[in-house]
Ligand binder design. Structure first.
Ligand code: FMN
Ligand code: MN
Length: 488
C-alpha cells in the first residue's frame, strides 16, 4: 500500500497551491489571446516570475488561460515542480530528482470513474458544436505558424496490436474550427510509432488531446520512458494514487477525468497539413513542414475551463524545468537498472546532460552506450564531471569544463540514432539525411593518475578546500563581525 502523498489532485488545486506559495498571479485586466498572453508569459519565464492566470481574455468571457504553470521559478527552477510533487518548494533539485526516481519505481494503475462523476464532462460539445475556436487558444508567438491548441497537453493514443496506451506531449496547431495538425515525429516518438501502425492499415487513429489535467500527469507525458511503459501508471506512482480516468464519448480511449478540456479527435489516414514553425525549447523557432492532420469529433470540458499552455523558448520554459526533473530521474534509474551507479545526473535544456561519477575504467563509454540505447536519453551532448562538482550549478559545470578538461577529452560521435529535426545546429545536409552527431566532454581527471600526481596538480582552490576546518570555522563565526552578514 503506497503512503498517501500530498500532491494536488487536479489543476485547480495546483493553481490554489501555487497562489498560496506566491508562485501564481491572477490577471483580471483584459488581455488578447493573440500574442499578448504569449509575450507576457515569455517575459515572466525569462524573469522567473510567478505563473500568470489570465481571467479576462478578449473574445472569451467565462474562460481563462493559464501559462507556464510549471515554468522556471526561484530560488531554483523546480520550486513549482516541487509543489506539484506535494513537497516543500525549497527542496533542493537533486533531492527532488531522488524523490521522483523512487516514485517511478512504484507505478499505480489509473482508477476508472463513472461518466457522471467526471468533471471533464460537465459540458459536452458534440459534432458541429465541437469547434476549436470556441476555446481561448492563444497565438503564442508572432513567429509561430498559427494558434497552438496543444502545447502543455497530453496526447493519448493506443497501440492497435498490444492495447498499450501512450501519453505524450506533442505540439498541435489549429488548421480550422475542426482540424489541427499534430507533430507526431515518426522517428522514435511513441505517438508517431503508433500512428504508423494505423496508417499501414489505412485506418483513422483515435486520439484524445487532454488540456489542464493534474500537473504530474502532464509532467510524466514529457518523460523519456521506454516503449511499452504506461505513462498513466507512472503518473499514478508520482502522485501516490491512481489517476482517475474516464472513457471518451467517441472512442474507447480513456482520459484524466479531472482535466479541464478533452478534445476527442482522429488522425485522418493519408492526410497531412502545414504545421509550424513554432518557437521551441531549443530557444529557436523550429521545424516547418507537413504533419498528420486530426479531425475533431467532440469536445468536453469543465465549466469555466482553464486553458493551459507552455511557452517554449530561451533560456527556460516548462520543458526545461520538468525535463530537469523527470529526464534526470528516468536516466538515473535506467543507468542503475543496468548496474551503473553514478553520484548525480542533471538535464539542461535543450537536452545536454551532465553526469557526476567517480571515474573508473571504461565508465564514460558505458554510460554513453546505455544512454544512447535508451529512449531519447542522449541527444545533443554529455558532460562528465568529478563528484565534487554540483551538476545543477551551471557555473560549477562550466568551471569544470574550462579548468579540468583536457582538449583531447572532447569527442564527437557521428551518426547517432537520436535524430531530431528541431535542432538549430543541424547542417542542411544532416537535416536532409536525418542523421546527427553528438558530443562528449569529459572533464574528469583520468582515474590512472597516481595519488601524488593528483595531490600536486589538482587540489581545488576554493573556500571549502583550501583551508583547514578551524580556519574556516573562525571565518564563519566572525562573518557578522566583519560586517558581512547580509552577504551569503
Ligand atoms: C511543451 C512540449 C511540447 C512538445 N512537443 C513535441 C512535439 O510536438 N513532438 C514530439 O515528438 N515531442 C514533443 N515534445 C517532447 C515529448 O513530449 C517527449 O519526447 C515525450 O517523451 C514524448 O512521449 P513518448 O516518449 O511517449 O513519445 C514536447 C515536449 C514538451 C514539454
Ligand atoms: Mn511513451
Amino acid at each position: 500500500m503506497a503512503t498517501r502523498l500530498n500532491c494536488p489532485v487536479d489543476l485547480r488545486e495546483y493553481v490554489g497551491r501555487l497562489e498560496t506559495a506566491g508562485e501564481l498571479r491572477r490577471i483580471s485586466t483584459q488581455v488578447d489571446w493573440r500574442y499578448e498572453v504569449g509575450a507576457m508569459s515569455r517575459l515572466v519565464c525569462e524573469r522567473r516570475g510567478p505563473a500568470p492566470l489570465f481571467e479576462n481574455v478578449k473574445d472569451y468571457p467565462g474562460q481563462s488561460i493559464a501559462g507556464v504553470l510549471l515554468g522556471p521559478s526561484r530560488p531554483h527552477l523546480l520550486a513549482r515542480a516541487a509543489i506539484a510533487m506535494g513537497v516543500d518548494p525549497a527542496t533542493p533539485q537533486l533531492e527532488l530528482i531522488e524523490i521522483a526516481r523512487e516514485r517511478f519505481r512504484t507505478p499505480i494503475a489509473p482508477v476508472r470513474v463513472a461518466r457522471d462523476s467526471a468533471p471533464c464532462k460537465e459540458v459536452i460539445w458534440d459534432r458541429e458544436e465541437a469547434d476549436l475556436l470556441r476555446l481561448p487558444v492563444p497565438w503564442i508567438k508572432e513567429i509561430d505558424g498559427g494558434r497552438y491548441v496543444g502545447t502543455w497537453d497530453i496526447v493519448v493514443t493506443k497501440d492497435p496490436d498490444s492495447g498499450w496506451v501512450n501519453w505524450g506531449i506533442y505540439r498541435c496547431m489549429v488548421r480550422d474550427e475542426q482540424h489541427f495538425a499534430i507533430l507526431l515525429l515518426p522517428a522514435d516518438q511513441h505517438g508517431g510509432g503508433i500512428l504508423k501502425k494505423y496508417q499501414a492499415r489505412n485506418q483513422p487513429m483515435p486520439i484524445a488531446l487532454v488540456i489542464g489535467a493534474d500537473p504530474l500527469s502532464h509532467t510524466i507525458s514529457r518523460a523519456p520512458l521506454p516503449h511499452g511503459v504506461s505513462e498513466a501508471e507512472i503518473a499514478g506512482g508520482l502522485r501516490g494514487e491512481g489517476v482517475p480516468i474516464v472513457k471518451c464519448e467517441t472512442s474507447d480511449l480513456e482520459v484524466p477525468a479531472n482535466a479541464e478540456i478533452i478534445i476527442e479527435a482522429e488522425v485522418v489516414p493519408g492526410e497531412s497539413a502545414p504545421e509550424g514553425p513554432f518557437g521551441e525549447y531549443t530557444g529557436h523557432a523550429a521545424h516547418r513542414g507537413r504533419a498528420p492532420l486530426a479531425r475533431v469529433k467532440c469536445i468536453t470540458h469543465r465549466r469555466a475551463p482553464i486553458f493551459t499552455f507552455a511557452n517554449m523558448g530561451k533560456p527556460w520554459d516548462d520543458s526545461a524545468t520538468t525535463g530537469a526533473l523527470v529526464e534526470s530521474a528516468a536516466a538515473k534509474n535506467w543507468l542503475e537498472d543496468h548496474g551503473v551507479r553514478i553520484k548525480s545526473i542533471y538535464y539542461y535544456v535543450p537536452n545536454v546532460v551532465v553526469v557526476a561519477a567517480r571515474p573508473a575504467p571504461g565508465l564514460a563509454k558505458r554510460i554513453v552506450g546505455l544512454l544512447t540505447g535508451g529512449h531519447r536519453l542522449l541527444e545533443s551532448g554529455i558532460v562528465f564531471v568529478d563528484e565534487d562538482v554540483d551538476v545543477t550549478n551551471i557555473e560549477d559545470v562550466w568551471w569544470s569544463i574550462c579548468s579540468r578538461m583536457h582538449p583531447r577529452r572532447y569527442e564527437v560521435i557521428d551518426n547517432m540514432p537520436n535524430y531530431l529535426p528541431l535542432w538549430a545546429w543541424l547542417t542542411p545536409e544532416e537535416r536532409a539525411k536525418r542523421e546527427a552527431p553528438c558530443w562528449i566532454m569529459d572533464s574528469t581527471f583520468p582515474h590512472q593518475w597516481p595519488a601524488e600526481y593528483r595531490e600536486e596538480h589538482t587540489r581545488v582552490s576554493d573556500f571549502a578546500s583550501a583551508w583547514s576546518e578551524p580556519v574556516k570555522q573562525k571565518i564563519l563565526d566572525r562573518w557578522k563581525e566583519y560586517g558581512y552578514e547580509d552577504v551569503r
